[in-house]
Design a protein around this ligand. Structure first.
Ligand code: ZN
Length: 474
């Protein structure tokens, strides 16, 4: 066979793995950078699930979306653009199309919670003339990531008189920050050398330094008292108020460009606010059409989608039933089940990009790489796909066609080698309704660290991919 023929065969048969940046025009590249400026500011404003929920609702309201509960209470009809927020931590948006119970909706579901350190319910104490606060970590963290770095406190406190106080301390240039100490290397050898990493870094030792000026000169616990006095002076809160508070310690650093060419973004909370932001933008840029489209933003994914604001809850069924009601369709149980079963869903979550320093944990042929576009993950789970949601070949085929048709640069990715570990997303909690679900989002380096890395080109391609999915009217 001649060389030209072999070349032709190769071009036809071998799967291509294009780098996004090679496929972009000069104008496209400018758009990528512009889009990511907006993304960075979303990250800076959304360091907790409640803050992300507020950003999402504000953006939707600006585009004319109305609260579905208010609309239903006022018996308002002919509304196409609605939102629902639940417990301030979980959001759904919809643009209504036609025949929801027969056709279902195109749904993109992400999560807006991220790993962090929560303050305990009795946090304040003193030791060695320092005021300290106890934390309880949330989600999968590597504990040593959180030592010797500036941390901010974000949260909500409900006082005994039911007054609600929202705090953000440590984000503005003049604000104080908080920190967890680390052991100096000079003295770490003997204590740490014979222990494994989980023994060296204990959850109970992630305590924040919050002050060092005592109140009075011979009071008992006068350093703790000094801290409580500051808290009362500045925020009007008492020690008991922490019982009804959700306060999260998060990295105080803002989202930054990474690299001489500024092609990457380094920031806290990109898992999974990168998918929340790109799906929000894709959703708000979509026009009303025949098929209903929805964007879901769940809480509690990082701890197994538990609780009333996580994907295991009845939030989606409740919202879907409201949508049937507002569009004048039958709201019986059968119609609700059909609306859910006929829906198609992208479970929008990140995958792990192959790391040049930790290649061994990945299987290179099936690992995602930074810069190669939105990543399709057919199944998640651990070992022999345990706990997985495994998308059907028909649905993967459909998404592949949509992406190819719209020139979306995409790749596939498995989360690590088979016996290495694994993970899950909200996919299986949506798949239980019978709808087609596929995991789909960008890959990150340093996932679950306080400074996760994304590729700007991937972020933009994720936005375009989600937009193409929403456009599909089948
Ligand atoms: Zn995630």
């Amino acid at each position: 066979m001649d060389k030209a023929r072999i070349k032709k065969i190769k071009e036809t048969l071998v799967k291509k793995r294009p780098l996004v940046i090679d496929k972009l025009s000069k104008e496209d590249k400018e758009q990528v950078f512009e889009f990511c400026e907006k993304y960075k500011s979303f990250l800076d404003q959304s360091k907790t699930e409640r803050e992300a929920a507020r950003q999402i609702i504000d953006a939707a309201k600006q585009k004319g979306f109305v609260d579905i509960d208010t609309a239903l209470a006022g018996k308002t009809k002919n509304i196409k653009k609605v939102y629902k927020i639940f417990q301030g931590r979980c959001v759904a948006l919809a643009i209504l199309g036609k025949k929801l119970s027969q056709r279902g909706a195109n749904i993109i579901a992400s999560h807006i919670d991220s790993p962090r350190l929560d303050l305990k319910q009795n946090p304040v104490y003193e030791d060695l003339s320092l005021g300290l606060m106890k934390t309880h970590y949330y989600g999968g963290i590597r504990k040593y990531h959180w030592l010797a770095m500036p941390l901010a406190l974000h949260g909500t406190i409900i006082k005994s008189n039911n007054e609600r106080i929202d705090i953000t301390i440590g984000e503005h240039p003049g604000d104080p920050v908080f920190t967890i100490t680390d052991l100096l290397p000079h003295l770490a050898g003997k204590i740490q050398s014979n222990k494994n990493i989980s023994e060296v870094f204990e959850g109970e030792k992630l305590n924040l330094i919050v002050g060092s000026i005592p109140l009075g000169d011979d009071e008992k616990d006068r350093f703790k008292l000094g801290v409580l006095n500051c808290l009362f002076d500045q925020y009007g809160i008492t020690e008991e108020d922490f019982v009804s508070a959700e306060i999260e310690a998060v990295p105080s650093e803002k989202a930054r460009d990474v690299g001489f060419d500024r092609s990457l973004i380094g920031a806290y909370g990109q898992d999974d606010r990168v998918c929340a932001f790109t799906s929000l933008e894709a959703f708000l840029d979509s026009e009303p059409s025949e098929k209903t489209i929805m964007a879901l933003f769940f809480d509690k994914e990082e701890i197994g989608s538990e609780g009333s604001s996580g994907a295991k809850s009845n939030f989606l069924e409740d919202f879907m039933s409201d949508l049937l009601l507002i569009s004048g369709e039958d709201t019986g149980n059968r119609s609700l089940r059909k609306a859910l079963i006929h829906s198609s869903c992208l479970s929008a979550d990140v995958n792990a990009a192959m790391d040049p320093d930790f290649k061994d944990v990945h299987e290179a042929m099936n690992a995602a790489k930074l810069g190669f576009g939105i990543c399709i993950t057919k199944f998640t789970g651990v070992g022999g796909k345990s706990g997985a949601s495994d998308a059907s070949s028909e649905f993967v085929g459909k998404i592949r066609q949509i992406f190819n048709h719209h020139h979306i640069v995409w790749q596939t990715g498995e989360l690590g080698k088979i016996d290495q570990g694994g993970g899950g997303t909200v996919a299986k909690f949506l798949a239980k309704f019978g709808m087609n679900v596929l995991d789909c989002g960008p890959a990150l380096l340093s996932m679950h660290s306080p400074f996760e890395i994304s590729s700007k080109a991937d972020v933009y391609m994720t936005y375009l991919g989600y937009k193409a999915f929403y456009k599909n009217n089948d």
